[in-house]
Design a protein around this ligand. Structure first.
Ligand code: HEC
Ligand SMILES: [Cu+2]
Length: 385
């Protein structure tokens, strides 16, 4: 039987599914369902309503008959039992065949919706999603990132999702989409929202896999922007670093950028696949041990003091650190492999300044890389969004 390929082909043409018209407004919320704001919503809601109405019907029928039979066959005398009907072929065929048909219809409609939800249109706009305890990072094609999700209206959007740690699950109920985010593999999801969210309206995004104590901090907002607005938003968001003044860089941008180093470099002195930026070998933290006179060992026993200082390869600590980020293989720290990727072309000069600034004032950050105090000892300013 070539039922499945036929259905797949149908799914790719827009004709599929009850009542899907591109450009339609959001379907209003009902007693059971939140508003339906994606092109998948009508299909999901149709099956949901269909099952629901069948449930109402059979609830009334079954409970009604039950009450009726309780009354009708109540015990009036032993002989009444014996005279009760015990077989009815038509009735028995009926209650076998009719439910079978209903179940097949439910399967077919459900399968059709499933296929549309799984058939990602080729022209989709791709956003990379990282789930972590406890938050989401949405990354757009130009490298811009955000913590809330922004999508263009009227365009299919594909989410390519990975997890940094444990199982999470991405759920946007107004779009009727949900997909597990699994460590060690990529999962995908697509939707198309035609109606922009206006004013301060948004759609909720939840993590629906209980992932730890901060699980509920993974609630985020989804904004649907008209396509032109979306394009300028992405460009603007890509320039987030430019807007931060030089002297605020190290604590506003530093922690965000450090997130790209954290898988190998800890701050608390425990070496991982890379040397900790804390003091792990008695030669000081990353800033202290990059000064002229450093006894930090590289290239099989040579102290860094051989390379840093006036007239040497790196005149200053900054020069050494910058080179370590752009040409990690130049000098390899003892006890570690040459496995650090180069960040040439990935981090701008300003981003590297922010990271070096953070290394210089490492005592102002906690072990997770969060800024915990400002220079005059007051409370930390809120990190830049
Ligand atoms: C895949 C793991 C990995 C990532 C990610 C990584 N590094 Fe490294 N890094 C290493 C390793 C391993 C070394 C030691 C070997 C060497 O010197 O190349 C190292 C060394 C360094 C050093 C020299 C350390 C010292 O003690 O002298 C600096 C500075 C550094 N990394 C900065 C960064 C920054 C900044 C980032 C993020 C933008 C980063 N690294 C991301 C693995 C990594
Ligand atoms: Cu989660």
């Amino acid at each position: 039987m070539n039922l499945i390929p036929t259905i797949l082909m149908q799914a790719q043409s827009d004709k599929l599914g009850p009542a899907f018209t591109p450009g339609q407004a959001v379907t209003p919320k009902t007693f059971w369902m939140p508003e339906g704001a994606s092109t998948l919503a009508p299909e999901v809601d149709w099956v949901f309503d269909f099952i629901n109405y069948i449930n109402y019907f059979f609830f009334v029928l079954v409970v009604g008959l039950m009450l009726y039979f309780v009354w009708k066959y109540r015990q009036k005398g032993r002989e009444v039992y014996a005279r009760g009907p015990n077989h009815h072929t038509l009735l028995e065929l009926g209650w076998t065949i009719i439910p079978t048909i209903i179940v097949v219809v439910i399967f077919f409609m459900g399968f059709r919706g499933f296929v549309s939800a799984k058939t990602i249109p080729a022209n989709s706009y791709q956003i990379d999603v990282t789930a972590l305890r406890y938050g989401w990072v949405f990354k757009y094609p130009n490298g811009a990132t955000s913590e809330d999700l922004y999508v263009p209206a009227g365009k299919p959007v594909k989410l390519v999702m990975r997890s940094n740690d444990v199982l999470h699950s991405l759920y946007i109920r107004d779009f009727r989409v949900k997909q597990d985010v699994v460590p060690g593999r990529y999962t995908t999801l697509w939707f198309q929202a035609d109606q922009p969210t206006e004013g301060d309206k948004f759609h909720w995004l939840f993590c629906t896999e209980f992932c730890g104590v901060g699980h509920s901090n993974m609630n985020r907002k989804v904004y649907v922007l008209p396509e032109g607005d979306f394009d300028s938003w992405v460009v603007e968001q890509g320039r987030w670093l430019d807007k931060i003044p030089e002297d605020e860089l190290y604590y506003k941008a530093g922690p965000k950028l450090y997130a790209r180093c954290a898988s190998c470099h800890t701050l608390d002195g425990k070496p991982g696949s890379g040397p900790s930026w804390g003091n792990y070998d008695g030669t000081g933290n990353i800033w202290a041990r990059s000064q002229p006179g450093s006894q930090h060992k590289v290239d099989g026993g040579k102290p860094l003091s051989d390379f840093i200082g006036d007239g040497k390869q790196y005149p200053t600590a900054e020069a050494y650190l910058r080179a370590s980020i752009l040409n990690p293989g130049e000098h390899v720290v003892d006890g570690f492999g040459n496995v650090m990727p180069t960040f040439r072309g990935q981090l701008s000069d300003k981003a590297i300044d922010a990271l070096i600034g953070m290394m210089r004032r490492l005592d102002e950050f906690n072990a997770k890389g969060e800024w915990i105090k400002n220079t005059d000892g007051g409370a930390a300013a809120p990190a830049a969004k």
